[in-house]
Design a protein around this ligand. Sequence first.
Ligand code: SAH
Ligand code: DHB
Ligand code: MG
Length: 223
Amino acid sequence: MAQTTPEILRRVDAYVEALCAPEDEALKLALADSGRAGLPQISVSANEGKLLHLLAKIAGARRILEIGLLGGYSAIWLARALPAGGRMISLELEEKHARVARANLDRAGVGGKVEIRTGPALESLQRMLAEGEAPFDVIFIDADKTGYPAYLDCAFKLVKPGSLILGDNVIRNGRVADGEPGDASLDAIRTFNRRLAEDPRLDTLLLPLMRDSLDGLAIARVK
Ligand code: SAH
Ligand code: DHB
Ligand code: MG
């Protein structure tokens, strides 16, 4: 099932990006500086960034939680959807990623809206739960794939009716859909997808998206 991406999908992706999700200087520089600093080049695509931005706007988000910051590329798209006074918290394991992201967010003009918490996301989430953190309107999960099921458990305790739970990388070049046994990260994504789809508290779609290969975004709305 793992196949190379048809040329037509790449062409259409580039067409949509040029029309609907052109990157400004701050987004381009965020990617360039992340690359220069040696961060992995696994940010969301421009079109997925625009989709995250639109979803946050449609949800009227005032409070956003991101799990997996990297160099701050997706955080810029999300934070730019916040109204005046809106706030975002992003969780990141690596101090170096957080430092690169801080500079990228500041340059993009959204630094004041985004709080970065470094350390293992599960520990940060458990601390937030213990401290009675207010619910978020959007939670975007995009850190280590084996952690997704545990992040979902926490996410359920940090949302309210109408909130969105979003998860990146839920298609994995189609490997989620083949019957073959996967590795730990593929198994975790399959578990995450099944739980989102079957949970009666959620309305869910898994949306395939084009990037270097086919991947996708889980979109779940809390009833
Ligand atoms: N959302 C980003 C991409 C995130 S890549 C974007 O699209 O721009 C995944 C990030 O999760 C990496 O920066 C990695 O360091 C971080 N990560 C991995 N394991 C983690 C953990 N246990 N807790 C918090 N962050 C983690
Ligand atoms: C990987 C992680 C991501 O979040 C992503 O969007 C693409 C790839 C990875 O760990 O390989
Ligand atoms: Mg991702």
